[in-house]
Design a binder for this molecule. Structure first.
Ligand code: HEM
Length: 604
């Protein structure tokens, strides 16, 4: 740049020339304003220079440090930070090791979890076998982990008020979930918990959701059929996730998203933004720099911000449309004197919002998004592990099928739609073995593998270990399911019979102690409808039954690399009506066209 040719228009500003064009910029005001200004300069620079903005940020920071003549600081600072961090950690670690005898035993530094992140829940099993309750040490506090059922009951029930989410967890969740139930404690949490318990026990919502479950189970069964017919390998987990999204959306907002068909572009964008945001938020637990990245609006944090915008646009539009629709219905209802059924959760909360001015559109958005994440992944993941277990145990698959046939009393050929209408509350109640098999799946593959809380005050757990105010405290359902001291020598075996007494499902003390009953009731109805429909019409077999499925470490127990299956028995065929003809035909989707073989031919 030829300095003599150009003049600064603002004192203290700087200039830069790119491809012959001179840009002038100055940065003033609060640090936030400065950052916004810097970002817009970087935007111009990165666009003009065709480089990633993140790289531009690094260059700019380095450059600004250099221009203010602190090259030594640049070299010394990281070293100082690392050494300071290590010394602080070692001092805390040694101090904690030597601390009061009644504290839970120290199993290592917290960083061990990061090192074992990919197989985190197995790492927790190893430790839980050694100590029922243990601590991992961070430079600021202890994270306590327990697999002791008495401690779990104490945290979740007996002294529940002492164990909230805490600032640390809420901070991580806030950007995506706002004031939704996953990101708040205290008054707002109690408000939503009460609302949920009340709403989910309302007959209108229960009937509406059961209808949605049935309709979507039929859609899923037909989708599975099409996949088999097209001779495609099927990722059943993916189909279950899409179907669960459609279900939660219909129950949550009263809207058909139809992710399963994938035909609506706006819905697809919303789902992608929502799923990606969840993954990014979970990564914050292991990325110590996430706040810096958020401040600089770079990397995954920038993606999160963009995704949240997509989510917000979609959800706020829905809320506005729903308000208008309700107003319109009210007018036409008063004209026609007809009662209107506000069935979905959003409509019910909107009615509530008319009595409660704290329930703004923003609060409604936050509430609904928390329900969506809680309800969508948990039941879909559980069903994926359930089908995986049934493939690994074909006799149990047959036994569940037998029970489904007996409970539904289906003796003739039925279409899928006819079949799902038989799945009434009474019919589902008769499926005790299925209930036990789902519960056994949840024991070994719990939808929430680790659940973390924070202690508000000093306390003593039932096993005598002292908890300090500010300690993190987590219970580990995944590890607990495999402990012989809880379940006996066959703890790792998949044995639904352990939940039955004289053929009737009997909950164990531990599962009874969990206070959150309504969500499981809702989930079981949904899972039983889907499981019985799919098992009635198809048999499932793993593409590779030598391979053991593993999980992807995140909030819910997601199966890594999907659940790739083929249909080993098929009782629907394409005669236009999708009739079911049980047991007398087998299909072989791995061949070029779908063949139907007589029953007496060997099973594939
Ligand atoms: C197999 C299915 C499910 C399992 C195993 C499951 C399990 C859990 C667990 C362990 C928690 C944490 C409880 C606590 O820390 O106090 C939880 C919280 C929650 N669940 Fe579920 N859940 C399932 C399905 C659902 C469904 C279908 C919904 C929604 C319709 C739902 C809504 C919620 C909500 C809103 C919370 C947050 C409660 C809070 O923070 O207090 N869950 N669930």
């Amino acid at each position: 740049m030829k300095d003599q040719d150009v003049k600064k228009s603002v004192p203290g500003s700087s200039m830069i020339e790119v491809d012959g064009v001179v840009y002038e910029f100055s940065v003033k005001g609060s640090p936030e304003m400065q950052m916004v200004a810097l970002q817009s300069v970087l935007m111009v620079l990165s666009n003009e220079m065709k480089i990633e903005r993140d790289i531009a940020v690094i260059f700019l920071l380095m450059g600004s440090l250099a221009t203010i003549s602190y090259p030594l600081a640049l070299l010394g600072l990281p070293l100082y930070v690392v050494v300071g961090f290590v010394v602080a950690s070692v001092v805390t670690y040694v101090r904690e090791l030597m601390s009061d005898a009644h504290r839970p035993p120290v199993a290592g530094p917290m960083i061990n979890q990061l090192i074992n992140f990919k197989r985190l829940f197995d790492y927790q099993i190893t430790l839980a076998r050694k100590y029922r309750t243990y601590r991992l040490i961070t430079d600021s506090h202890s994270e306590v982990y327990t697999a002791d059922p008495l401690n779990v009951e104490y945290i979740l029930k007996t002294n529940f008020p002492n164990y909230g989410k805490g600032e640390y967890n809420c901070d991580i969740m806030k950007d995506l979930f706002g004031d939704g139930i996953f990101a708040v404690d205290g008054k707002k949490w109690r408000h939503q918990r009460k609302l949920a318990s009340y709403e989910f026990s309302a007959k209108v919502l229960r009937d509406f959701s059961s209808n949605v479950f049935r309709t979507n189970a039929a859609k899923l069964a037909l989708k599975v059929y099409k996949e088999a017919l097209a001779n495609r390998e099927m990722d059943l987990q993916d189909l279950l996730m899409k179907s669960a999204m459609d279900t939660m959306f219909k129950v949550g907002f009263g809207v058909d998203l139809d992710t399963l068909s994938g035909s609506d572009e706006t819905s697809n964008q919303f789902i992608k933004a929502f799923d990606d945001s969840n993954v990014i938020v979970y990564r914050r637990y292991v990325d110590v720099f996430w706040k810096v990245k958020r401040f600089l609006n770079i990397g995954l944090e920038r993606n999160l911000k963009d995704n949240i915008k997509v989510i917000d646009d979609f959800v706020y539009k829905l809320i506005r449309r729903k308000r208008e629709q309700m107003r319109y219905e009210e007018v036409s209802m008063s004209k026609n004197n007809l009662p209107g059924a506000k069935e979905d959760i959003l409509s019910r909360f909107l009615m509530e919002s008319e009595k409660d001015e704290e329930m703004t559109d923003k609060y409604l958005r936050d509430i609904i998004l928390s329900f969506l994440i809680a309800g969508k992944d948990s039941s879909a993941n559980t069903l994926a592990w359930f089908f995986y277990m049934l493939c690994k145990h074909p006799l149990i698959q047959e036994k569940v099928l037998l029970e489904v046939k007996l409970a539904t009393e289906v003796t003739d050929q039925l279409s899928v739609d006819e079949f799902v209408h038989r799945l009434t509350e009474a019919t589902l109640d008769r499926m005790q073995y299925l209930h036990a098999a789902l519960t056994e799946t949840l024991r070994l593959y719990p939808a929430v593998p680790v659940d973390g809380k924070n202690s508000n005050e000093d306390d003593v757990l039932p096993d005598g270990h002292k908890i300090k105010k500010g300690d993190g405290i987590s219970y580990m359902p995944y590890a607990m399911g495999r402990m012989t001291y809880i379940w006996g020598e066959d703890a790792e075996e998949f044995r639904p019979g352990r939940w039955l007494e004289n053929g009737v499902f009997k909950a164990k003390a531990l599962s009874n102690s969990l206070p959150f009953r309504w969500d499981l009731e809702f989930a079981y109805t949904q899972m039983k409808i889907i499981a019985s429909t799919l098992l009635f019409f198809y048999g499932f077999k793993l593409i590779d039954d030598k391979r053991d499925a593993t999980y992807r470490t995140m909030f819910t127990l997601h199966m890594d690399k999907g659940l790739i299956l083929f249909i080993s028995r098929c009782v629907i065929w394409a005669d236009g009506r999708h009739q079911a003809k049980r047991e007398n035909r087998w299909c072989r989707p791995e061949s070029k066209t779908l063949h139907f073989l007589e029953l007496n031919q060997p099973m594939l």
